[in-house]
Ligand binder design. Sequence first.
Ligand code: PMP
Length: 306
Amino acid sequence: DEMDVDTVWMDGEFVDWDEAQVHVLTHGLHYGSGVFEGVRCYDTEEGPAIFRWDEHLDRFYNSAKPYDMEIDHSREELTEATLELIERQDLESCYIRPIAFYGYNSLGVSPQDCPTQTAIACWPWGTYLGDEALENGVDVMVSSWRKHASSQIPTNAKTTGLYVNSMLAGEEARRNGYVEAIVLNKEGNVAEGPGENLFLVRDGTIHTPGFAESILDGITRQSVVTLARERGYDVDDSASISRGELYTADELFFTGTAAEITPIRSVDDTAIGTGERGPVTEELQSAFFDLVERRTDDHDEWFTHL
Ligand code: PMP
């Protein structure tokens, strides 16, 4: 079992892996009516530390709002459950997956009297796009699938159903021999990756698509914007980026909880810059990893220690 999970927290209780089950007629399974988070806990010199837990919890509760979903567990309860899961399973670094979804009651699209179920699982997870990706960068293609417009579905909510679009784009890329996709929005501007935000460097300035481009408000994105500004970079975080600008960028990189900061070395077989990780990407990567592994005291407010 790749996920190596012994214990899951579910609806207020710790249950063994084989008891963490739902009925096949669960509303969320049929209609994608769930919200989730992906969080990383890093192995630091001071022990395990969860990166930006508060911001992930904010986004978790906010994602549920458009769906009238009541996550009836407090921040304190979810935090304690997560810390205990990490401790019980002796995890040092791990990925944390909170999820809430409409459960079993009826199968009308309206989730009438369907209970909201909530669960958290943690498991060890290495680099997302391959071990070499962080250093050498990844080859990506622009997907033929477009991202949903924020007028069609709230793209700032991390809703389970949204991820069939990510799956289509990512699998199209992998079928064609690429590691990942870049997804354009309905207007044809650059939005993001299937599970990553995108940054572009040109003439020493950093650009990343703004919220109006149908992106998820990525927490790694926010962190990288802050780290870059602290290092004196000019960052435009409400950019509108056309497809053509991708190919002529000096540097491109993805950010995300899973992908961390991953350089993009080519788009549609066109080398980006030198075709190797660029200097700005490298500087921000090393600032990021120094930070999350706590080799610096900076931004201690971003960490929840065990
Ligand atoms: N965009 C999408 C569509 C995502 O799924 C993710 C991963 N949560 C991101 C961006 C990056 O967000 P974060 O940095 O909060 O993980």
